[in-house]
Design a protein around this ligand. Structure first.
Ligand SMILES: NC(=O)c1ccc[n+]([C@@H]2O[C@H](COP(=O)([O-])OP(=O)(O)OC[C@H]3O[C@@H](n4cnc5c(N)ncnc54)[C@H](OP(=O)(O)O)[C@@H]3O)[C@@H](O)[C@H]2O)c1
Length: 335
């Protein structure tokens, strides 16, 4: 690992300290070296509206220790007035010689790189792919004006979410279900469907829940309605696409309501439709060491007609964990 990569990874580590507190802003960390290459300050973006990582790190320095030094930051420094003044101005004022970034900012208002170069500061970029992965939620929000969507499924080893008779309680263990309760709190909203609510009558405790229910079939006494804020997308408030609720429209509506992340918990029909339309960014797949051995059991994704394996949706596993007897796989979709 070279020096630039070493300090950029340190920026990633610092940035992650802001996890869960900075959205809709990105997670950003910063390391400052003096002109001899010695680290003299570190900082990170702690909460939405707070100082950016560069400002946090540079303002800790009392004298001109940063002059002639290098500043590492995993996102291009901002050049516009937002909740705080432009970070490039402070970097220029503190006479840094070099700035190493992880990625350009996808916010069209930002062009910090040009400002730094104009001021005679050398700019380099390292570990771009990892920097983008770290801020995948921010990138999706900013570029698509839609929440980042993670689909959770709980399946048997043969990819089934229930038997043909609808028996599904419980596929995974108590430990996995406890993990799901915790996971939900990391998201701004749970998204589910009329069918799942009617079939399972789940509580899905959360501060904000969205139910797709075109014909308002969900019973008013359903457990899910007893707690949290509920947004029901129905034919009354949502346009239809091919006779179904336009899910993309619903997601954009949620984003307008301040929802940056969505945790989708539904059956194979909705999951398959969302997968086909490219509306799922990531999948958390719980796999129980159970096999139905019956093709008529419900699959976790249904709805496409793929003849060639090369046309399958593709992803990249980035995490695997054993939870009780089950496995949890995390996969970010790439196509
Ligand atoms: N193992 C797991 O992780 C898990 C999680 C949740 C549920 N489940 C199981 O899944 C089963 C239900 O599965 P399911 O396939 O019947 O239901 P589903 O996939 O949860 O939901 C289907 C409903 O979603 C809406 N929908 C589907 N496709 C759509 C599209 N293209 N555009 C817009 N809306 C669309 C429609 O509702 P409207 O027409 O009413 O809008 C449709 O009836 C239950 O038995 C439950 O136990 C398993």
């Amino acid at each position: 690992m070279n020096i630039d990569e070493k300090y950029m990874r340190e920026c990633f580590r610092l940035a992650q300290k802001g996890y869960g507190r900075v959205l809709p802003n990105p997670m950003v960390g910063c390391v400052v070296l003096d002109k001899t290459g010695t680290p003299v300050s570190k900082g990170y973006h702690k909460k939405y509206g707070g100082n950016h990582a560069e400002r946090d790190a540079l303002l800790k320095l009392k004298n001109n220790e940063a002059e002639g030094g290098t500043l590492y930051v995993n996102l291009e420094p901002c050049s516009h007035y937002g909740k705080t003044p432009p970070c490039v101005d402070l970097i220029i004022e503190r006479k840094l010689k070099r700035v190493v970034i992880g990625m350009r900012d996808v916010n069209p208002k930002v062009d910090g790189v040009s400002r730094l170069i104009e001021a005679g500061i050398c700019v380099d970029m390292v570990l771009e792919e990892e920097a983008k992965f770290l801020n995948r939620v921010f990138i999706k929000n900013m570029t698509r004006k839609m929440p980042y969507v993670v689909l959770k499924t709980a399946i048997t080893m043969d990819g089934k979410i229930s038997t043909k008779t609808g028996s599904s309680k419980w596929i995974t263990s108590e430990e996995s279900r406890a993990e799901v309760y915790k996971m939900r709190q990391e998201f701004d909203c749970i998204l589910t469907s009329s069918n799942t609510v009617i079939a399972d009558n789940p509580k899905m405790e959360h501060q904000f829940k969205c139910i797709l229910d075109k014909d308002l079939r969900v019973n008013k006494d359903a457990e899910i309605l007893k707690q949290g804020r509920i947004y029901i997308a129905s034919g009354k408030n949502t346009p239809l696409k091919d006779g179904r609720l336009d899910i993309e429209y619903v997601l954009k509506e949620l984003y307008q309501k301040g929802i940056c992340t969505v945790f989708a918990e539904c059956g194979g029909t909705l999951a398959g439709a969302m997968l086909k339309s490219g509306l799922i960014d990531e999948i958390y797949q719980f796999i129980a060491p159970k096999i139905l051995n019956d093709n008529s059991g419900l699959s976790c994704f249904t709805g496409d007609n793929i003849l060639n394996i090369s046309d399958a949706k593709k992803g990249r596993f980035y995490d695997i964990k054993k939870i009780g007897p089950d496995l949890l796989l995390k996969c970010v979709l790439t196509t």
